[in-house]
Design a protein around this ligand. Structure first.
Ligand code: ZN
Length: 476
């Protein structure tokens, strides 16, 4: 790890609307708290959702690559308006209904090779802290009760000299004061006092908890404030999410979290807000009626792999809207094939030498990602490197020590991108035993037997290739 770069790691901060050097709150400069709004588990995750989670994975992995010690929190929203509606339609219990989609979501994350967050709090497991937070807002004078529901008062908050509208410029003078919104989702034209706690209504069925204000359930926004602060403290480094969450969700999170602090202990809730842009599919906004709505599972059924989808999602800058297409996925397959082939050739040439990573690729890669996660430049470095190495390998001009150093550099980079072909590395022992048996047959010049063993490997889904450095096995 080389840390002696002239340029610091920097991100575009929605709060300042500018690219800023990343300086963690930790005085030691090591520990980083990172919260990403997780899924609402009411259906299978679609590819637009996963763009955000792949982006969060990239942020986390790059921070870890740069030597930071990240605590990554991603909540599971398992109670809010949409979920309640679905639970009512299906007649299932809340836990049965959300449990199914939570498991599916976690399996999808594994398919996409997302590093598991250190904490995955569920809203329904944090009703106590949520109520506690609302009580603090009440005590500070920023919450009021109407018919058993509790609302956040934007007027009182602003009256106390606080700023509502930190992430987005809101025309609050146009706002008709005293209006209230009960729905979890609303447009910025509808800025109004929002619900912290919703009194139990007949449509809620069995979904309610006791509270100081009577039976009811939390609003969506307060869930994230309560869980993030409980796990990361009242003030933390990074908060991520899709750009569709900027308003009202994140704006409300700031108001709730900063509004709950005791007078005299006011600190910014979050230092850096990072937002991922939305995804188009086949050139259009995703919608079921247009036939361009894909869950991750739909794409797997079409024969694409998790790593191909991951690669495609990692190929676009997080702040650019990205057009996701099936052609793009086919292109991802080709691009990954080029990397696989080059890495396999490096492995052959490197033999068993393990070495210090070659610095030129690593330095260029680090510089690119440090620049607000400039993935286009980073992938550019990788493909220049592939081209250059192929040339040197073709010319027989790469020593085994040099190949080992390049391979080590790639492996470091792949701790961030994680797109390596794993099938090669994880051939099971019985396959490796067959490969060895076949190699022994060849040595004994028993070629018919070697062919039988090749066929058996192929039947098991493995292709064996003979190279000057010995046999190489890969997925057929
Ligand atoms: Zn959230």
């Amino acid at each position: 790890m080389r840390a002696d770069f002239d340029m610091a790691l920097r991100f575009f901060n929605t709060l300042s609307r500018s690219v800023q050097d990343f300086v963690p709150l930790d005085p030691g400069g090591k520990r980083v708290g990172m919260y990403c709004c997780g899924p609402t588990v009411y259906d299978f995750g679609h590819i637009g959702n996963f763009r955000t989670f792949v982006f969060a994975d990239l942020v986390r992995r790059h921070l870890e690559f740069r030597g930071y010690q990240v605590t990554h929190v991603m909540n599971i929203t398992d109670v809010e308006d949409k979920i309640i509606r679905r639970v009512r339609e299906t007649g299932e219990t809340l836990a049965d209904y959300t449990g199914r989609y939570e498991s599916a979501f976690l399996a999808d994350c594994e398919t996409l090779r997302l590093r598991a967050p250190h904490h995955r709090p569920r809203a329904t497991d944090h009703i106590g802290p949520i109520i506690g937070l609302i009580r603090r807002l009440e005590a500070n004078g920023f919450a009021y009760v109407v018919d058993g529901s509790v609302y956040f008062s934007i007027d009182r908050y602003r009256g106390a000299g606080r700023c509502y509208g930190q992430l987005l410029n809101l025309d609050l003078e146009q706002l008709r004061t005293g209006e209230r919104v009960r729905n979890d989702e609303y447009a910025k034209e509808a800025v109004a006092d929002f619900a912290l706690w919703k009194a139990r209504s007949p449509e809620d069925g069995d979904v309610f908890w006791p509270s100081p204000w009577g039976e009811g359930r939390p609003g969506w926004h307060i869930e994230c404030s309560a869980m993030s602060m409980q796990l990361l403290g009242a003030s933390f480094d990074l908060h991520l999410g899709g750009e569709d969450l900027v308003f009202p969700h994140h704006e409300d999170e700031i108001a709730q979290s900063e509004g709950a602090a005791p007078e005299g202990e006011r600190r910014p809730f979050v230092k850096y807000w990072l937002h991922g842009a939305h995804l188009l599919v086949e050139g259009k906004k995703m919608s079921k009626s247009l036939g361009n709505f894909f869950t991750l599972r739909d794409l797997l059924e079409r024969g694409f792999s998790g790593r191909e989808i991951r690669y495609l999602l990692l190929s676009a800058h997080y702040r650019d809207s990205f057009n996701f297409t099936l052609d793009g996925l086919a292109g991802a397959r080709t691009a990954l094939g080029r990397i696989d082939e080059c890495v396999a050739r490096l492995r052959e040439t490197a033999g068993n030498t393990s070495d210090e990573p070659a610095t030129s690729l690593l330095d260029r890669f680090t510089e690119a990602l440090d620049d607000d996660l400039n993935v286009s430049a980073a992938w550019g470095c990788v493909f220049d490197w592939v081209r250059d190495l192929n040339r040197r390998l073709d010319a027989g001009a790469l020593s085994s020590a040099a190949a080992a150093a390049e391979l080590a550099a790639w492996q470091r980079i792949d701790t961030v991108f994680d797109v390596a072909n794993r099938s090669e590395a994880i051939a099971p022992p019985e396959i490796l035993a067959l490969v060895e048996e076949r190699q022994a047959a060849r040595k004994a010049r028993d070629f018919p037997q070697a062919d039988v063993l090749r066929k058996r490997l192929l039947d098991a889904g493995w292709l064996v290739e003979d190279t000057p450095k010995g046999p190489r096995v890969k997925r057929a």
